[in-house]
Design a protein around this ligand. Structure first.
Ligand SMILES: [Zn+2]
Length: 237
């Protein structure tokens, strides 16, 4: 047992770190998800309750734990705190642990986790508001580009993949019935462009299940599909 612990010391300490770090970063991501659509910046003010405006104390800011301890209600006004914020914290925890086990501590890990946090924020805003945040999308895309340049030492494949996917999706959009929206206002197009830039062309068969499920799943569930694909695919490429 002790020998096993000694042999896996780095991994165990790493996992403990990720259990703390992931939800803590997720906690910060929640404030971006809440504030960005309301035109506020994450650094503008200390965390506060969206219902009663009360400043939150450290006891209210514990990832996952605070939400569970008050059963999803504000400690000061009993206003409901949407469960999605706890989902974000749990998702970030799981992502940090999984990526640590896959990438260890490396440049790829740093870029992949940064990318993943932006994807989580993007998906949460898409889920709540129905649109894709251009600024968060650009950050996620930049992380994808850096991640691929790190391994391939050239930026062309990322641009090429994103561009080819954009053309394909615009063609597909021509067959769509909802012509009232401009194609650039349709979140699914942007999700596929991100996936197209992330996954090398020779591995695009990995995107086929995402593409098929897009048509099978109800509209509300598709955000979860895109986010899951965007978060899982870095482990397979
Ligand atoms: Zn409150």
């Amino acid at each position: 047992m002790l020998a096993w612990l000694a042999a896996h010391e780095f991994m165990l300490i790493g996992i403990i770190w990720m259990v703390v770090l992931g939800p803590a970063v997720g906690n910060y991501a929640c404030s971006v998800v809440y504030r960005l659509p309301r035109g506020k910046t994450p650094f503008e003010r200390h965390p506060y309750c969206g219902h009663c405006n009360a400043d939150l104390k450290p006891i209210d800011l514990f990832p996952i734990g605070s939400w569970l301890s008050t059963r999803g209600k504000c400690r000061y006004c009993a206003g409901a705190i949407p469960g999605i914020y706890t989902v974000i914290e749990i998702a970030c925890g799981l992502i940090f642990i999984t990526y640590f086990l896959h990438f260890s501590i490396s440049e790829s890990f740093l870029l992949a986790t940064a990318y993943a946090v932006f994807v989580v924020i993007l998906a949460a805003i898409h889920w709540q508001q129905g649109w894709v945040s251009a600024s968060i999308y650009s950050y996620a895309f930049a992380c994808v580009a850096l991640l691929r340049v790190l391994h391939e030492h050239t930026i062309y494949p990322t641009i090429q993949g994103g561009f080819i996917m954009l053309l394909l999706m615009l063609l597909l959009n021509q067959t769509s019935k909802t012509r009232t929206l401009s194609p650039f206002e349709k979140p699914w197009i942007w999700w596929f462009v991100l996936l197209g830039a992330l996954v090398p062309l020779v591995q695009w068969k990995l995107l086929l299940p995402v593409f098929i499920l897009k048509f099978l799943l109800p509209k509300e569930a598709r955000v979860i599909l895109y986010a899951t694909a965007a978060l899982a695919l870095p482990l397979f490429i």
